[in-house]
Design a protein around this ligand. Sequence first.
Ligand SMILES: *Cc1c(COP(=O)(O)O)cnc(C)c1O
Length: 368
Amino acid sequence: MTSRDPILLTPGPLTTSAATKTAMLRDWGSWDADFNALTAQVCERLVAIVQGQDDCVCVPLQGSGTFAVEAAIGTLMPREGRLLVLVNGAYGQRMAQLTTQMGRSLRVLDFGETAPVDPAQVAEALAADPGITHVGLIHCETSTGILNPLPELARVVREAGRSLILDAMSSFGALPINSREIAFDAVIASSNKCLEGVPGMGFVIARRTALEAAQGRSHSLSLDLHEQWRYMQRTGQWRYTPPTHVVAAFASAIGQYEAEGGQGARLARYQDNCEALIRGLQVLGLKPFLSAELQAPIIVTVHAPDHPAWNFKDFYQRVKAMGVVLYPGKLTAMETFRVGCIGAIGRAEMHAALTAMGLALADMGINV
Ligand SMILES: *Cc1c(COP(=O)(O)O)cnc(C)c1O
């Protein structure tokens, strides 16, 4: 890590390694064979992370993760299809919003902000509405840190004969998603979460059959994944200007991921970060919002201290002055803040963050 860079506990963008940053110090031509080979190689390695074979293809897309979610739904769902979105936080709500905004039929099953999605209720909802063709699920709801029960939900969706579109933005690469065990039509993620790249591209791992069937469905020119895929197959190139430096950094980040030991090793490091964080928060008298069994080792939501001197902006500025950047809360009903466990960080950075938080609280006169 460059010493001047802050520790970003704000996934994402998140803290990236020096090697990932350095990989951006070169210009690439978008038509160049070397760059096209780099893209192809990034896609192949992303498919390998979900143990995908010929039945899975990776389509990269310019933009942040939301662009890829919007592209996946717009491309894979028939115009007359209906999406059931399973909501338990802000990212589920966003998926619902973008679906209606593109004029597709939508149903929402809302579980509030404190509970995981319940497979039994999903099974009921699917049985009650035969018009539902697709189900949208957020794997880890980053707005709270809740982990939704993916294997059980994927089974319910498959048994009902519907297609699963999975937003695995904040879990891909760290939590296991095996394409041979989980029946999905699409898994969506981006460069700047658990694979620790810089922001600028999303990607969709799609079932080849689902993507092949999707020609002409998209309402959008630039978010048409089928066209992006076909064009890339034909030419090796991205359809429109690629985020060249982002792809180069991502290739380096994926190389570091593989060298670290892949998914299992990444998960172990994040679990260690998460445990160190939660232990340290408890020492400071701060309470995590979720119980341990709901908590994914990705991001921890913390109750704001119940103290008259509490003010998140003030706390944030004090912690930031010590080189650590936190995230505001995203809950509607209660005051919280969030601390990420992901990025090119380990226990030393978590301890530095906890020290900064403790000093900031003391300076604010908050004794919790
Ligand atoms: C980060 C994230 C997204 C995408 O957000 P962007 O700001 O568009 O990158 C979508 N879903 C989840 C669960 C996320 O964590």
